[in-house]
Design a protein around this ligand. Structure first.
Ligand SMILES: Cc1cc2nc3c(=O)[nH]c(=O)nc-3n(C[C@H](O)[C@H](O)[C@H](O)COP(=O)(O)OP(=O)(O)OC[C@H]3O[C@@H](n4cnc5c(N)ncnc54)[C@H](O)[C@@H]3O)c2cc1C
Length: 397
């Protein structure tokens, strides 16, 4: 797999999210002076989607525009605007929605995840999502048109909590109901959970936990106990699902369709495919990583480093990552930050209030400057907590 000076090795990165963009920038920054590697990034938009701010877009707040081709300028990385419709792992080609076919020698698969709208009947047709800036803007429009009434947020995980708090703060004329199986903040330290509960109550969010949504209808949500909640809008945040493209390409995927990787982040079935971010099932000592931005960016950087090591004829290093925090916004001026052990279990340390809101904003705003810094100093992106004893895998591949 050594790329000689005469052969150009094509690396195709699918998805310019937190993980894919990290991979593309890291690769480009480390190889810009070498003519034998060609990196191309594919994404449906030429602006970077800060998913962490989509609940702000959904409440009509302007967010900064971040231009991806501008960021890549000077790195030699190609940018293809398009939607990937198929991956052929045998011919090593990727098809784009305008029927262009792109070839690769190495693929970085970083197509992320979206809300799971297919598990409960009616969600796909009648609920809003925060899957893209367009989806969030459609909800924003709907919320401004509601003249009072109820908005149901389905899913009491942290995305649901942040969205419910944001909607309640921006639309005090609306009643916000947060529905879910679990209590909000169930996995947090009791101190953090109590703070979250009080903040949601202050904002007037009505929490109904321990409930199962049976069906979403055009103007209501039907629960498994037979009761129904009238709703002018339903926002669905419960669960995630990934693109079916990896499974369709014959890559080994887990029960949720995520690409199963080895410790270097290569597909276990197709080692010329690397998988990063939410689209990958990456095992650590504590279990399979769950989708976050804090873990997604390191996966992109590590995949880039693995690719370069393999091309140089070296063994790639195992990826290790330990979580360190869970910052949750509760409207614009309040938040709770749960500091965690590397396996994501809560520590006793919790930050709340204005200082937590500032912390959350700093974290949310960090990726774009990090990409820009990586472009000049690739090593600056290669620092993250490795998780110590939590991430040691005894039977590492
Ligand atoms: C509202 C919201 C709030 C969140 N808050 C937090 C938080 O506070 N902290 C945290 O750590 N995580 C948070 N998350 C989760 C976090 O956003 C994800 O874990 C993170 O975005 C994963 O990065 P990624 O690069 O794998 O995927 P993404 O960032 O989703 O990027 C995937 C990219 O692939 C593109 N793509 C998808 N399909 C195709 C296709 N077929 N063809 C071409 N391109 C495609 C997408 O357009 C996108 O650009 C939040 C998520 C949401 C929705």
């Amino acid at each position: 797999m050594n790329a000689t000076a005469t052969q150009q090795h094509k690396v195709l990165v699918l998805g310019a999210g937190y993980a894919g963009l990290s991979a593309a920038i890291q690769l480009a920054a480390r190889t810009r002076k070498r003519g034998n590697l060609r990196v191309t990034l594919v994404n449906p938009y030429d602006t970077f989607t800060e998913r962490l701010r989509l609940h702000m877009t959904a409440t009509g707040q302007e967010t900064a525009e971040m231009n991806i081709p501008g960021l890549l300028d000077g790195t030699g990385t190609g940018f293809v605007r398009g939607w990937v419709t198929a991956v052929d792992a045998e011919t090593k080609t990727v098809r784009i929605d305008d029927d262009r076919v792109l070839r690769y020698d190495t693929l970085v698969y970083g197509l992320g995840s979206i809300a799971n709208t297919v598990a409960v009947p009616g969600v796909d047709n009648h609920a809003y999502t925060l899957d893209s800036p367009e989806d969030a803007a459609i909800l924003a429009d709907r919320l401004t048109r509601l003249d009072g009434g109820t908005v149901v947020v389905g899913g009491s995980g942290l995305t649901g909590v942040e969205a419910a708090a944001e909607i309640a703060e921006r639309h005090p004329e609306l009643e916000v109901v947060l529905l879910g199986r679990q209590e909000p903040g169930a996995s947090m330290h009791p101190k953090a959970k109590a703070y979250m509960d009080a903040a949601l109550a202050r904002l007037g969010v009505r929490v109904r936990s321990g409930v199962e949504v049976a069906k979403v209808l055009p103007g209501s949500v039907e629960l498994a106990d037979g009761s129904s909640i009238p709703a002018g809008a339903v926002l669905w945040t419960s669960g995630t699902r990934v693109s079916p493209l990896a499974a369709a390409a014959g890559l080994t995927v887990d029960e949720r369709g995520r690409v199963v990787t080895d410790s270097a982040l290569r597909s276990v079935s197709h080692p010329d495919v690397y998988a990063v971010g939410d689209a990958a099932a990456i095992r650590q000592g504590y279990g399979v990583m769950h989708g976050t931005c804090q873990g997604g960016m390191p996966t992109g950087v590590h995949a880039a480093l693995s690719i370069l090591r393999v091309l140089a004829g070296k063994e790639p290093k195992p990826f290790r990552f330990g979580y360190y925090h869970t910052p949750v916004s509760l409207g614009r001026n309040d938040a709770v930050v749960q500091f965690t052990h590397p396996d994501d279990s809560p520590r006793r340390i919790v930050l709340t209030g204005k200082r937590a809101a500032k912390y959350k904003e700093t974290v949310t705003a960090a990726p774009w400057p990090t990409f820009a810094r990586m472009k000049k100093m690739p090593a600056s992106g290669a620092f993250w907590p490795h998780g110590g004893r939590y991430t040691r895998i005894r039977s590492a591949k």
